[in-house]
Design a protein around this ligand. Structure first.
Ligand code: NAD
Ligand code: MLT
Length: 300
């Protein structure tokens, strides 16, 4: 790939300091500005060749169309769902994320057991031993969740349209259709990207097929569990508890779900360990430096 000239980069969120350091060591001028409104970002972005974001910055078509010489949008994290990739592609802007997400998977995989333990830590608890956990999405994080929960004696079942059943069987997950999975689970955790086929995966119809009192965890993306359906299920007792790290709107303005007594929530902290953030910040910086040097591009 031909080298690309990147002289100025805007980091619009709290990204590990190693990202800035690596970029600066490679002759790139870095500006860090956090908590910008959309209008602030639109006014600011025209002066930069590159933009580095995490989850909070919404890189919409309006933002992309306000850019002047932007060449690259780097996301220090999993997926690129807060970036309008079509709008960027039309402007010839490369969009990439951190390629090595192993640390992130290890970090996020801890959120599920923490939520489950918190949901059962009442004056009278419940054993995890022997309970059935349904894992929807058996990629990097789904796999790490499965092995952790098995260590508590949980039986792990799951569904993934791409990861083959013979592969998940080697890490102790029995795959089956969602129709077969819903009625068996004591707990359900989702680890898919948010896309049309996963939006509202758990909805009124699927909750109705679950065991009464099923407990659910969403550390993936807001909207995979339909929030209105979840609230109805919590109110009727069909759902016995929810652990939520992510919301359709972040921070959530509709407080009914967050304030529900059977909901434990976090403000999108699933990937927030020093190790995972350092790795993501380092990777995205090195990937941008590779691009400047004309080396091949990678992403995940
Ligand atoms: P991954 O790509 O390794 O795994 C995703 C899996 O979902 C894949 O195996 C894919 O086949 C499966 N999938 C796709 N469509 C599906 C469907 N309809 N039903 C069931 N499975 C389906 O991604 P990952 O690294 O494991 O991350 C999973 C998700 O976790 C990410 O997409 C992201 O949304 C979320 N995440 C959240 C945080 C956080 O801070 N809370 C951090 C990192 C990632
Ligand atoms: C995510 O994919 O949800 C992010 O990586 C979270 C983060 O930026 O910490």
């Amino acid at each position: 790939m031909a080298p690309i000239s990147i002289k100025r980069i805007l980091i619009s969120e709290s990204v590990d300091p190693c990202c800035k350091k690596i970029l600066q060591e490679n002759g790139i001028q870095v500006t860090e500005k956090q908590n910008m409104s959309k209008d602030d970002l639109i006014a600011e972005i025209k002066d930069y060749d590159g933009l580095v974001v995490r989850s909070a910055t919404k890189v919409t078509a309006d933002v992309i169309n306000a850019t002047g010489n932007l060449q690259i949008i780097g996301r220090a994290g999993t997926g690129v769902d807060n970036v309008d990739v079509d709008a960027a592609t039309k402007k010839g802007i490369i969009v990439m994320n951190s390629f090595n997400l192993t640390h992130k998977a290890i970090t996020v995989a801890w959120s599920t057991p923490v939520f489950i333990v918190l949901m059962i830590s009442q004056f009278m608890g419940a054993e995890m031993y022997g309970k059935i956990l349904g894992i929807v999405g058996l990629g990097r994080i789904g796999k790490e969740v499965a092995t952790r929960m098995q260590s508590f004696g949980m039986k792990t079942i799951g569904y993934d349209p791409i990861t083959p059943p013979e592969v998940t069987a080697t890490w102790g997950v029995d795959q089956m259709s969602l129709e077969q999975l819903w009625p068996q689970c004591d707990y359900i955790t989702v680890h898919t990207p948010l896309m049309p086929s996963t939006a509202g995966l758990l909805n009124d119809t699927s909750f109705a097929k679950c065991k009464k009192g099923v407990k659910v965890v969403n550390c993936a993306r807001g909207g995979i569990i339909d929030e209105d359906a979840l609230l109805r299920a919590l109110e009727s007792g069909q759902c016995g508890g929810a652990g939520l790290d992510v919301f359709v709107e972040e921070p959530p303005k509709n407080r009914a779900l967050v304030n529900h007594p059977n909901v434990i929530s976090c403000p999108h902290l699933g990937a927030s360990t020093k190790e995972a953030q350092a790795r993501c910040g380092q990777d995205i910086a090195l990937q941008i430096v590779d691009m400047v040097m004309g080396k091949g591009l990678v992403g995940a």
